[in-house]
Design a protein around this ligand. Structure first.
Ligand code: SF4
Length: 387
C-alpha cells in the first residue's frame, strides 16, 4: 500500500500578521465575534477527531502506512498541548503509524515555553519548525510578528531543553525596509543557533492580506529593489552552503539526513490527508478541501468538504508533478512521472520545455528536468506554466 502523510491544520493565532495568507484567525477576534466559544480548543480537537473518523471510514485509510504527520497553522504551539496530544493519540491508535514517522509541529516563538514544548515532545512530536522570520526587532514589528529576536533565540533553546533533536527555523527576506546587512545578519544568527534545517523565503505580497491591500494602493514602502533582492538570495545560498547546509528545494536547506520528509511527499505529489479547517487532501486522484472558518468546519466535521477536483487525468497529474517536483533541486525524472501519471510529458509539455530551455530557465539532462539558477529566482513564473 502507498504510504500516506497526514496534515492537521490548527488555524488559531494570537494576531494575524500583515503578510499572512494562510487560513488563520486571531483567536480573540473569533471569541469577540462569537465564532469560537470558551471551550474553543476542546471543541476543535473533537471536530478534528470526528473528521478523521469519517475520512478513515469513507476512504478506507486505516491500513495505509503513515510515514509523516504535520501540525501546521495558524499557530499549533498556541493550541493546548493536551489537545494536540489527544489528536495525536487518536491518530496513533487508528492509523498504521511507522515507528520511525516524522511528526512535526509549527511553533511561534511567542507561544513556545519549555513546559509547553516538553509536553509536545512527550506526546510524540519529534520535529519542531520555529517561525522566526527575523532576529531584527524592527523587521519583526513591520511584519506584525508578536515576538522579538531574543524570544526566537529563547524558543530555540527551550526546544533543545525539551529534547528536540530535529529543529527547523523559518526566516524571511526581502521584507519592507530590510537592508542586505540585516538579511545577512538574520542568516548568520540562524546558523549560529545550530538548527538541523532552515527555510529562508523571499516575502511575496499576496492579495487579501494587509500587505496586499497596502501594495495595491501604492502604500507598501521600502521593498528591496531587484538587485538587492538578488544579493539577498545569493548571500543566503553562500552562507548556508558554507555552513554545511544543502539546498534541496527553492527555499529549504538541510543538514545531511534532515530534509523535511513531509514536505518532500508534497513535492513528489505523494498522497496526503489534511484534516482541520481549510485543510487540503490528495487521495486516489481527487484533491479536496475543507470549510475554512473553524466554527463552520466544526459544525460539519463528519464531512467538512467544501470543494473537490478530479486530478486523475494524465495531463493534470503530469502538470502538477512538474509544478511541484521542479521545486526540488534534483529536478523531475520524466520517466518516473510518466509511469506514475500514465502519460507522456514530452508530448504534452514539449513546447513549454523548449521555450523555457531557450530562455535559460530550465536545464535538461537525459530524462531529468530541473530549474536553472535563473529559473530558481523566477520560479513562480516558471512553475505557473505547468498549471
Ligand atoms: S503566526 Fe503564522 S499563521 Fe499566524 S498570522 Fe502570523 S504568519 Fe499567519
Amino acid at each position: 500500500m502507498n504510504p500516506l502523510s497526514i496534515y492537521i491544520h490548527i488555524p488559531f493565532c494570537i494576531h494575524k500578521c500583515g503578510y499572512c495568507d494562510f487560513n488563520s484567525y486571531a483567536l480573540d477576534n473569533l471569541l469577540d465575534q462569537g465564532h469560537a466559544g470558551e471551550n474553543w480548543a476542546e471543541s476543535y480537537s473533537e471536530a478534528v477527531i470526528r473528521e478523521l473518523k469519517g475520512r478513515t471510514r469513507s476512504l478506507g485509510l486505516a491500513e495505509r502506512p503513515v510515514q509523516t504527520l504535520f501540525f501546521g497553522g495558524g499557530t499549533p504551539s498556541l493550541f493546548p498541548a493536551a489537545e494536540t496530544a489527544r489528536i495525536l493519540a487518536f491518530i496513533q491508535e487508528n492509523f498504521d503509524i511507522d515507528p520511525d514517522a516524522e511528526i512535526s509541529l509549527e511553533a511561534n516563538p511567542g507561544a513556545s515555553d519549555t513546559a509547553r514544548l516538553s509536553a509536545l515532545r512527550e506526546a510524540g512530536v519529534n520535529r519542531l519548525s520555529i517561525g522566526v522570520q527575523s532576529f531584527d526587532d524592527d523587521c519583526l514589528r513591520r511584519l506584525e510578528r508578536i515576538h522579538t529576536g531574543d524570544d526566537a533565540r529563547e524558543a530555540f533553546r527551550s526546544a533543545r531543553r525539551a529534547g528536540f533533536s530535529n529543529i527547523s527555523i523559518d526566516l524571511m527576506f526581502g521584507t519592507p525596509f530590510q537592508t542586505l546587512n540585516q538579511a545577512t545578519a538574520d542568516i548568520e544568527a540562524g546558523i549560529e543557533l545550530g538548527p538541523e534545517h532552515l527555510s529562508a523565503y523571499e516575502l511575496t505580497i499576496e492579495p487579501g492580506t494587509n500587505f496586499g491591500a497596502l501594495h495595491s494602493r501604492g502604500e507598501l514602502h521600502g521593498l528591496p529593489d531587484e538587485d538587492t533582492a538578488l544579493a539577498m538570495w545569493e548571500t543566503r545560498d553562500r552562507l548556508l552552503s558554507a555552513a554545511g547546509f544543502e539546498r534541496y528545494e527553492i527555499s529549504n536547506f538541510a543538514r545531511p539526513a534532515f530534509r523535511c520528509r513531509h514536505n518532500l511527499n508534497y513535492w513528489n505529489r505523494g498522497e496526503y490527508l489534511g484534516a482541520g479547517a481549510g485543510a487540503h487532501s490528495l487521495i486516489s486522484g481527487r484533491r479536496f478541501w475543507n470549510l475554512a472558518r473553524p466554527d463552520h468546519y466544526a459544525e460539519k466535521a463528519d464531512d467538512p468538504t467544501a470543494g473537490e477536483e478530479d486530478v486523475s487525468g494524465a495531463e493534470k497529474a503530469l502538470g502538477e508533478s512538474l509544478m511541484l517536483g521542479l521545486r526540488l533541486r534534483e529536478g523531475v525524472s520524466l520517466g518516473d512521472i510518466a509511469r506514475e501519471c500514465g502519460g507522456e510529458p514530452e508530448e504534452i509539455f514539449g513546447g513549454i520545455f523548449s521555450a523555457l530551455a531557450d530562455q535559460g530557465l530550465i536545464e535538461r539532462e537525459n530524462k531529468t528536468v530541473r530549474l536553472s539558477r535563473r529559473g530558481t529566482l523566477l520560479a513562480n513564473q516558471v512553475l505557473a506554466k505547468f498549471l
